[in-house]
Design a protein around this ligand. Structure first.
Ligand SMILES: Cc1cc2nc3c(=O)[nH]c(=O)nc-3n(C[C@H](O)[C@H](O)[C@H](O)COP(=O)(O)OP(=O)(O)OC[C@H]3O[C@@H](n4cnc5c(N)ncnc54)[C@H](O)[C@@H]3O)c2cc1C
Length: 428
């Protein structure tokens, strides 16, 4: 198809924005990437690096309400909260938990499949012929459990993954240790999910893709996107650090910060920061040779170039509160427990913000005339960035995706808040 080239502004140079830039440039459009800092400055920098195709099951599942007190108050529980933030969080949290029943969870998993189910293929396609391709490492992704019994407690989630075509292989303790000898005796059971991959340095990966976009003609505008320029009902540009920039189309790919931008267009987005942490152990010895998820603790240990990254956990506390100490200590203590021979020289610590919509699904598609949304990927934005970029390029080109895009539409929160006002309830 021959397209009339457009000038397209993309707000956000994380995994999603950079992927979108590449696919739009491959369609012949002129791209300007806008970021207040630079490539991979947000959550795309510090994640666990897993192309987690099988991570289709959201956090909120049946039984979550009974698990929350333990997750929050147990010494080794993976959930944290800044209590001062709770009054602000509660309305969103109530809505978020209202998706925990089996039918909602199954439909969320089904709707995530087209975005992340073939992520290795999608990443190979976007990184093709770029230095980023060298950072993609195929692997069977291991989940280590303390016992077979705790694995069976996750049976609902594993059933959904199997039904969607994933083939997890169960490993008894000796099979688990054979596959990953650094794991100690506290890991009594494991699961290996074939056909996954990991990125050996997510920050370098997104930066290499960004450099590729620039080398093929995209431009970069460093600055804060403050507002949109409108002509009647159409958006015709973006105000960046007070400077008006004109575009034919604008894509909002600003991760968790996209909510504020869409609110400027009068479109409510029900999204919170699900804060996550990492500690990097530089020059680590005795750790895993491949990514391992410590399943009960929501921690992933991922070998990266020159270091081991321990990433994960969940904290609610908004965008502005400083990092807490306890999550870092938990990452370190659980890693020492799981990998008894682990030693390292020095540490680096990081806090990031997962863009968590109430229904655990991203927002992808048209917003108002001249604006497209590409954000809200929760735990799987590294995984789902390339497919999202491809979908935005399809929509702008008028190519119809071969699956239902309704679950990702940007007006779904408006529809819900109107219904709730009418019925005076937040439960579904
Ligand atoms: C601890 C942790 C582990 C994770 N592990 C994984 C994993 O293993 N696999 C996986 O798939 N996902 C993982 N994730 C989730 C993943 O990192 C995110 O979903 C993903 O990075 C979101 O990418 P993004 O491009 O949407 O947003 P971001 O990477 O946050 O990028 C947004 C960009 O927008 C810019 N920006 C924001 N507002 C403005 C503005 N107004 N003007 C200009 N620029 C602006 C920011 O500077 C930033 O560069 C993890 C997350 C965390 C916290």
């Amino acid at each position: 198809m021959t397209l009339a080239p457009k000038h397209i502004g993309i707000i956000g140079a994380g995994m999603v924005g950079v992927s979108t830039a590449i696919w739009l440039a491959r369609d012949g459009h002129n791209i300007t990437l806008i970021d207040r800092e630079g490539p991979a400055a947000g959550t795309s920098f510090g994640n666990a690096g897993i192309l987690a195709s099988s991570s289709v099951v959201p956090v909120q599942t049946p039984g979550i309400l009974q698990k929350i007190p333990g997750m929050l108050f147990r010494r080794d529980g993976p959930l944290f909260i800044k209590w001062r933030y709770l009054p602000h969080l509660l309305p969103w949290l109530r809505r978020y938990l209202s998706y925990r029943d089996a039918p909602h969870v199954e439909s969320i998993a089904q709707a995530l499949m087209p975005i992340i189910g073939d992520s290795v293929e999608q990443h190979l396609a976007i990184a093709r012929d770029t230095p980023a391709a060298r950072l993609i490492e195929p692997v069977a992704y291991i989940y280590a459990y303390n016992t077979g019994e705790t694995y069976r407690h996750d049976g609902f989630a594993w059933g959904i993954r199997r039904n969607l075509g994933f083939n997890p292989v169960e490993l008894d303790q000796s099979a688990l240790q054979e596959l990953e000898p650094s794991l100690g005796p506290t890991n009594g059971f494991g699961v290996a999910v074939p056909d996954h991959a990991w990125i050996r340095d997510p920050g370098a990966y997104v930066t290499a893709l960004f450099d590729h976009a620039i080398s093929t003609g995209a431009t970069f505008e460093k600055g804060l996107a403050e507002d949109f320029i409108r002509a009647d009902a159409t958006v015709t540009g973006v105000v960046v650090d007070g400077k008006p920039l004109s575009f034919d189309e604008v894509v909002v790919a600003a991760g968790v910060w996209s909510k504020d931008l869409l609110e400027r267009l009068g479109v409510p987005i029900s999204m919170e920061s699900e804060r996550g942490y990492h500690v990097e152990l530089e020059e680590a010895q005795g750790g895993p040779s491949r990514p391992v998820a410590l399943a009960e603790y929501k921690i992933i240990a991922t070998p990266m170039i020159g270091r081991l990254r321990l990433a994960g956990l969940v904290e609610f506390g908004g965008l502005d509160a400083p990092a807490s100490d306890a999550p870092f200590e938990l990452l370190l203590s659980q890693a020492k427990h799981a990998f008894p021979a682990l030693r390292w020289k020095s540490e680096k610590r990081w806090l990031g913000h997962r863009p968590a919509t109430e229904d655990s699904l991203p927002v992808i598609g048209p917003v108002v005339k001249g604006v497209y949304a590409a954000f809200g990927h929760h735990h799987v934005g590294l995984t789902g960035g390339p497919k999202t970029g491809r979908l935005i390029a399809d929509l702008i080109a008028g190519r119809t995706p071969n699956f239902d895009m309704q679950p990702y539409r940007s007006d779904r929160f408006r529809a819900k808040s109107t219904r709730q006002r009418e019925h005076g309830t937040t439960r579904r």
